[in-house]
Write a protein of this length. Structure first.
Length: 388
């Protein structure tokens, strides 16, 4: 008969075993977030010719939808499980902690970029970089706008996505409690909040001297965030692969191009006028309905193109690329913050080097390299190798 000795390891407590048995990461989530980070960098570089070829130029939705939707999916893994395991109080505490982290990231990014614009001086045409980001009032009279910066009542356009994200995170406990009452109740709340944005019933002031609201209305954009959130939780079920749905998705994506691509809009008064008429449905601030439809069509195509569970992303032929994108996607907040600063540095460099193809390619590839290096560096710090 076997007897327990002092050398036998004690059985691990159940919570420890649960923590060890972590669900493997979904490669689709990380790869597409990584792609989104690179696209967002290009989109943020002032007058970057590469931005003429990002997906946003060919449709109503862009990398912002991808970023917010996938952030919702990632939050379902991080926050949804905490809610299921520990309840509302611990979830709320974790959400407050995350909002606190994002808040100070937002403040630091603003101060760093404002300092950078001040040091950069003027563009070759004589325009100041401070003026290019509409920060003149901040430098002329910083005292009241510092208060506005800290209270989020002063949110210049370039710095608007993180405040939106904070408000959406604050809605998470409400949505999860609604889900506990009935699984369809979150959809009702999501639709009602989205409608308030469509009719401009609720918004946040972006600057004290005008009535301009935040560029991203969080009550509109919460729809795409929580759609990803509850799809990942299984509260909502994504449609399976279907030939007719795939055909419809392709039709939506292709027919959208003439209403969005600048070359067609410049050449055709008909499509230009039609695109103008569709503006209430493609509005980015309120997250118009056609943006949602276009994004869902793209997402349906993409999720089935990469195979069940994203298995095609792990193929040895493509993994040298997708593996790097996964690392970037895993550190999306840090990469996004660095990308905002790097985009302005690239813009300043291109102002002086010229925007011919070679300098533009060098600048963008250098920016990608910085983002990738950031992801690996942050991953290294999070692993805390000094503890091993």
């Amino acid at each position: 008969m076997l007897t327990k000795t002092h050398s036998d390891p004690a059985p691990a407590p159940a919570p420890v075993l649960a923590q060890r048995a972590k669900r493997p990461r979904d490669p689709r989530l990380d790869v597409f977030r990584g792609v989104g980070m690179l696209i967002i960098l290009v989109a943020h570089v002032p007058s970057d010719h590469w931005a003429l070829w990002i997906p946003a130029r060919f449709g109503f939705s862009d990398a912002t939808e991808m970023f917010v939707f996938l952030s919702g999916m990632a939050s379902a893994i991080a926050f949804g499980r905490l809610f299921d395991r520990e309840g509302t109080l611990m979830l709320t505490a974790r959400v407050v902690q995350r909002i606190w982290q994002i808040y100070w990231s937002h403040i630091c990014v603003f101060l760093v970029i404002a300092t950078l614009m001040s040091l950069a001086g003027n563009k070759p045409d004589g325009t100041s970089y401070i003026q290019s980001l509409n920060l003149v009032r901040f430098f002329d009279d910083p005292a009241p706008l510092l208060i506005g910066l800290l209270t989020l009542t002063y949110v210049p356009n370039y710095f608007d996505i993180l405040p939106m994200y904070m408000v959406i995170l604050a809605l998470m406990p409400v949505m999860l409690l609604a889900e506990r009452i009935h699984r369809l109740l979150p959809m009702v709340l999501m639709a009602l909040l989205w409608l308030t944005a469509q009719f401009s019933l609720v918004h946040f002031p972006a600057e004290p001297w005008t009535e301009r609201p935040w560029f991203f209305n969080p009550f509109g954009w919460q729809l795409i965030f929580f759609l990803g959130f509850f799809l990942m939780r299984g509260t909502f079920v994504a449609p399976p692969l279907n030939r007719w749905l795939m055909t419809l998705a392709f039709v939506i994506v292709v027919t959208t191009i003439p209403f969005a691509w600048y070359m067609i809009l410049n050449a055709s008064p008909f499509f230009r006028e039609a695109a103008h008429a569709l503006l209430p449905l493609t509005d980015k601030t309120a997250f118009g309905l056609l943006r949602l439809i276009h994004f869902l069509a793209l997402a349906y195509i993409a999720v089935h193109a990469v195979g069940v569970g994203g298995r095609r992303l792990l193929h040895p032929i493509v993994y040298p690329v997708t593996g790097v994108l996964m690392k970037v996607g895993q550190q999306s907040l840090a990469v996004f913050i660095i990308g905002m600063v790097v985009a302005q540095i690239i813009g300043i460099w291109l102002d002086h080097a010229g925007r011919t193809p070679l300098p533009t390619a060098i600048a963008n590839l250098a920016g990608f390299t910085v983002l990738i290096a950031t992801a690996y560096l942050v991953g290294w710090f999070k692993a805390a190798p000094w503890k091993t």
